[in-house]
Ligand binder design. Sequence first.
Ligand code: IMP
Length: 188
Amino acid sequence: MVKVYFLTSNYHKLMEARKILGGYGIEVEPIKGEKVEIQSPSLIEVVKFAAEYIKDKILQRPLLIEDSGLFIEALRGFPGPFSHYVYDTIGLEGVLKLLKDVENRKAHFEAAVACLCTDDRVEVSTGRVYGKIAHMPKGTKGFGFDPIFVPEGYDRTFAELGDEVKNKISHRAKALRAIALRITELYR
Ligand code: IMP
């Protein structure tokens, strides 16, 4: 069994990573530490920089760093890389207010995952899930913007659908599955 660290303090992200990577025989252990976040419209640049920043630390296992966000078409991609801050400040209600009377509800979640390998190589993967913004929050599962995001092909929010569906189709699931294949190649 390959073991990896995951630099995160988000319990939900950890649970999702454990479920998804577990399917590849990869065990995930959370690790605390500073995730240095540059301001960039590109999530790939954000995770790459954060991984490069801790390169000189001696690692016994590969380390994963993830960044994600919600990109709303009618708001030209906002909140995107600022999703965490927007969630903590104006929250779901604030985002719904920005979209009041806006017909175009199209949005996508994106996740980027960097794997800092034990030989200092940095591998990066990304994933997206397309969908639309609901008119009101619904559901109690998941976290963040899950109660207002309805993925394509469904008529319920991620917060209503729950982990089983989310872990099959989400941005994070896609990015983690791609990195899992890379880790499997490198460590077996
Ligand atoms: P960060 O990656 O920790 O900077 O935070 C990204 C922010 O985007 C989170 O705090 C959430 O508000 C939002 N977000 C990212 N992924 C998800 C998701 O899977 N569900 C709901 N919200 C998400």
